[in-house]
Write a protein that binds this ligand. Structure first.
Ligand code: ZN
Ligand code: ZN
Length: 261
């Protein structure tokens, strides 16, 4: 089993460091662990949920140390990133370039709306906001920097009922993924731990089932990760996500190009 999406204590809402996750991964039989904390940003924006830019060298060292301590586990260096034009060069030249990150994950946690930025966790509460999230996500996907898209259906957290707007948004995201050959993530953390109530009762917030049912009509690939925020959850939801993909006849992405060994 492999997991490419993991957070450390540095983002202020997770526990454990890279070595703690590596130890847990080995004990649970994982062969590959990607550490992908929320990226620092050069202007220290959205600092409440990420490390400051000055913490970047220590983050990289912690991942290298985890690899050194666990030679039989592949430990990859990554970050979950919001894309905006002003950060493109930082991701390309500093994270992928200078620090030699193995891959970057796109996580669209914020999106521009009417001159400001809104939260994808809290603020997608109208068709106009859903459209703005979708535009931001699709534009970010086109940046070419990312190896896959984390929780593309994150809007299911706060846009509560499936309707013609969620169908249009999903089609835009799925068409872009197909055209760009960019895998979409079935998120284990969401699958096991994020529930919301819509007018038809309680459901999983994300992965939101009708999004993935629609995905069957597209030539896309899926990746299943735990998005763990605690070492003991390093494999959270991966088995269940695989089952979901199998039941929906969705094809798993081949990510072997990222594995260094
Ligand atoms: Zn995320
Ligand atoms: Zn994450």
């Amino acid at each position: 089993m492999k997991n490419y999406h993991t957070h450390t204590f540095r983002c202020n809402h997770a526990d454990g460091d890279a070595s703690d996750y590596a130890k847990a991964a080995v004990s649970k039989g994982l062969t590959l662990l990607g550490i992908s904390d929320h990226t620092p940003l050069p202007d220290n924006r959205w600092l409440f949920m990420r490390m400051g830019i000055s913490a970047l060298p220590a983050y990289v060292r912690a991942i290298d140390e985890a690899q050194a301590k666990h030679p039989n586990l592949v430990v990859l260096k990554s970050a979950e990133c919001e894309w905006a034009k002003e950060y493109h060069n930082f991701y390309e030249e500093v994270l992928l370039g200078e620090y030699n990150f193995d891959y970057l994950i796109l996580g669209c946690h914020f999106f521009p709306f009417q001159g400001g930025w809104l939260s994808s966790h809290l603020d997608i509460t109208s068709p106009a906001r859903l459209a703005a999230y979708t535009d931001c996500l699709v534009e970010s996907m086109h940046s070419g920097l990312f190896s896959f898209v984390a929780h593309p259906d994150l809007f299911g957290l706060c846009y509560l009922d499936w309707d013609e707007n969620t169908i249009a948004a999903s089609k835009d995201i799925l068409s872009a993924a197909e055209a760009l050959r960019l895998p979409l993530e079935i998120n284990g953390h969401g699958l096991m731990a994020r529930r919301v109530s819509g007018s038809k009762g309680e459901r999983t917030a994300y992965p939101w089932l009708p999004f993935w049912e629609l995905a069957r009509n597209y030539d896309i690939r899926v990746i299943i990760n735990s998005d763990a925020h605690d070492p003991q959850n390093v494999d959270q939801g991966i088995k269940e996500g695989r089952e979901m993909a199998k039941n929906l006849d969705l094809q798993l992405a081949n990510m072997e190009h990222l594995d260094r060994r």
